[in-house]
Design a protein around this ligand. Structure first.
Ligand code: DGJ
Length: 742
């Protein structure tokens, strides 16, 4: 997979279908030679343009700056003449920050280096991986830098990170430490990013890349609703099935920066890592710092192949939970059913009714602890509210278990309300700048969990609750972003470490809780989907996608999320209409079809549901059990996007062995006096024959699809001729087709 071509001085990383090639120019500079379709072991060092003017510095030092300003640098450094955006900046004790990294050897190993405290990819039990360690150094600063590149034998992704070590005898201050960079020639690129807001997370956006900067970032202390740590560079006009696509996705849950810079010679630099705003990391002599991993993917067959590469990588090499490939229990969450207004009786009423319908787990959301009667108080007081939870938590959980259901609970461990016993006792536990009144958000502050005693206290409280009853699921929420960044305990020259330390602290807390409760099903959440990122997947196999549970809004949110994440990770529930966020009415069955593209569950008061809607729940539960493996373990193909066409949405999941697939179709708008639609399917074996069956929500069974498409059709016909979808009466109508090898 990885080799060093000695004569050519090239490092070649070959994945299943791609090659990534790094060259050493002038015996010193690590440069980027090639990334694309897999190619033979030729000498492609010429692609770095080192044989053309302005030459390399050893031949023409007069023009060293011209060289640095255009050389495709593998890991560009600050302050010595590469005037484009750099990846690393380090200041020494005297305030100098120029940095130049020279090649200092390499190692190729089949043991993937472990990055302490960080979420990270890993080889599968039976599979092989190889890692290239490219050693660079700056003798003036006394800094060693190791660029890490890992390839897995079963996947096309390349995983990158960087380790920097202070080899001097004085402290060094790392003020910028990005994880990956690729310098490429422009291919008339378009930039694809995921952006949004609360209730509109991860909408896909695409723009031409002009001269200058473009990109995404967060300084909110978490990934955010607004931007996502992903960059996609697409050759102009690339679509789901055609064109060059380069992806970078960051395995991290805090401040990030993803930048694309198109420079004076039309070269394009793509980079990703921790946001350097407010970031400084002090490295004492001998200490080192590891950056979180960036996953790069190249696809020469459009966006869809990139998507499937990320899905497989995350399913096989990032998610650790024992629930990874397992069916998750169909849950009912009481948030939209009751908000804060519930007690044991109410929850048991919901559970009783739910258990009769096939729902498998009750999740008690916000409001069960302290005097949490609304969202203005009690965060931090992780003691059961005995007035609401009469008889205690164990009684409630036991009663739910007696119904044959599991029980789950909500926490927001990182927060503290000013109106809480915890704050009254420890006002200094909140993050704040001394002398400045910190801003509230949802009437809460953020705990300084970077401090050991605070982290220990919260972990203990959570574990105490989890030990007190048979709790099998936790929803870990986080409902405000970080501001007024000040720690009362970090010294001045470490204050710039707070944001990154905060993220490490979140990881540490989840790691410790999971170590105590290894079978716990953890779902991360942040005011909806503000912490939907690969970092969290290392701890929780599923993440709440969005507070917007409207099926139609979800089409866009889930389309953007599924661009990178397997459907098994996407928290998706059926809720009531008119929808609580947008007031829209959507048929109950459509809400079920859309939620099926995720972990599937309910977020409503089942005791208040109309008989007609309630009658569909057993069939929906059946639907989930029947198709769940196909949906979550299969290959995902986008067929049509409502975001693009404004009328309808369609996507498929196809079993890895191509024996069956499921098509979800949502007709958002009916069109009067209009043809039926012909849509072309994807992912079949060309010569195999397939039968099309329709899922019937009334019976929970399958039935033949249209009478004129009853006979088996070959994969080629389905993919090239397509199938008919007849117009359905009304808007927001859904259809589920199971297409099976005949
Ligand atoms: C935000 C979450 O996204 C919701 O699902 C719910 O858990 C609320 N927080 C509770 O405060």
């Amino acid at each position: 997979m990885i080799k060093y071509l000695e004569k050519e001085k090239l490092f070649k990383i070959d994945t299943v279908t791609t090659s990534y090639i790094i060259g050493i120019a002038d015996d010193k500079y690590a440069g980027h030679a090639y990334y694309g379709k897999r190619i033979p072991d030729d000498d492609v060092s010429y692609l770095m343009r080192i044989n053309e003017p302005p030459f390399v510095p050893s031949v023409n030092n007069r023009d060293k700056l011209s060289f640095l300003d255009c050389f495709p640098m593998e890991y560009p450094t600050h302050g010595v003449g590469d005037f484009r955006e750099d990846c690393i900046a380090v200041r020494n004790k005297d305030g100098y920050s120029g940095l130049e990294l020279f090649y200092d050897g390499y190692e190729i190993t089949d043991k993937k280096p472990h990055l302490d405290g960080l979420p990270q990819t890993f080889p599968s039990e039976s599979g092989k991986s190889e890692t290239l360690k490219l050693y660079l150094k700056d003798d003036v600063l006394g800094l060693k830098v190791t660029l890490l590149y890992t390839a897995f034998e079963d996947n096309d992704a390349i995983v990158r990170s960087v380790i920097m070590e202070n080899s001097s005898s004085d402290p060094l201050y790392v003020t910028k430490a990005l994880s990956a960079c690729i310098d490429m020639d422009n291919k008339d690129f378009e930039l694809m990013t995921l952006n949004g807001s609360w209730a509109r997370e991860r909408h896909i956006q695409r723009n031409p890349v002009g001269i200058g900067f473009a990109g995404v970032s967060s300084v909110r202390g978490e990934t955010s609703h607004q931007h996502h740590p992903f960059l996609g560079l697409l050759s102009k006009g690339a679509d789901d099935d055609h064109g060059d696509v380069y992806g970078m996705h960051f395995i991290y849950s805090g401040n990030f920066k993803g930048l694309v810079y198109r420079g004076q010679f039309d070269n394009v630099r793509m980079m990703m890592g921790i946001n350097d705003e407010d970031f400084t990391w002090k490295l004492e002599a001998g200490q080192s710092f590891a950056t979180p991993e960036v996953v790069t993917v190249y696809s020469g067959e459009g966006i869809g192949k990139m998507t499937r590469t990320y899905h497989d990588l995350y399913r096989n090499h990032l998610i650790r939970s024992p629930y990874k490939d397992k069916k998750r229990p169909i849950l009912i969450n009481n948030w939209e059913a009751t908000y804060f207004d519930f007690n044991t009786d109410k929850l048991l009423d919901i559970a009783r009714e739910s258990s009769k319908l096939g729902i498998e787990m009750l999740v008690m959301d916000d409001g069960w602890f302290g005097n949490r009667y609304d969202d203005n108080r009690a965060l931090g007081d992780w003691f059961v509210n005995g007035d609401k939870i009469k008889g205690g938590l164990k009684y409630l959980v036991d009663e739910v278990n007696k119904l044959g259901m599991k029980f789950g609970i909500w926490f927001e461990p990182e927060m503290i309300s000013p109106d809480s016993d915890l704050y009254r006792e420890h006002p200094d536990w909140a993050i704040a700048i001394p002398g400045r009144t910190a801003g509230l958000c949802r009437n809460q502050y953020v705990l300084d969990i970077t401090r050991d005693e605070i982290r220990d206290y919260i972990v203990e409280r959570v574990c105490d609750i989890l030990s007190s009853a048979n709790i099998e699921y936790v929803k870990w929420d986080m409902n405000r972003q970080l501001a007024d960044l000040g720690s009362l305990y970090l010294p001045a020259d470490k204050m710039g470490e707070l944001s990154h330390r905060y993220v490490l602290a979140v990881y540490d807390m989840q790691e410790r809780i999971l170590a105590r409760f290894p079978n716990l099903l953890l779902e991360n959440c942040s005011g909806g989907g503000a912490r939907f990122d690969p970092g969290m997947l290392y701890y929780s196999p599923q993440i709440w996608c969005s507070d917007d549970t409207d099926a139609i809004e979800r089409l866009k949110i889930q389309e953007g999320t599924a661009l990178l994440y397997p459907l098994s990770t996407m928290g998706a529930h059926v809720s009531v209409c008119p929808n609580h966020t947008v007031g829209r009415n959507t048929p109950f069955e459509t809400r079920g079809y859309v939620a099926l593209a995720g972990t599937f569950g309910y977020e409503l008061d089942v005791t208040k549901l109309s008989d007609e809607d309630k009658a569909m729940i057993p069939a929906q539960c059946k639907m989930y059990h029947k198709y769940r493996d196909l949906v979550t373990l299969g290959d995902y193909y986008r067929i049509a996007s409502y975001s693009d066409n404004g009328y309808f949405d369609a996507y498929m999941t196809v079993a890895k062995d191509r024996s069956e697939s499921l098509l979800t179709f949502v007709q958002v708008m009916n069109r009067p006096n209009h043809h039926s639609r012909i849509i072309k399917l994807k992912g079949f074996d060309s010569n195999e024959k397939y039968l099309i069956k329709k899922f019937n929500i009334e019976t929970g069974e399958e039935e033949p699809y249209l009478s004129y498409m009853k006979k088996p059709l070959s994969g080629d016909t389905l993919m090239n001729g397509g199938i008919i979808i007849e117009n359905m009466w009304g808007d927001n109508r859904g259809l589920l087709l199971h297409i099976v090898k005949a």
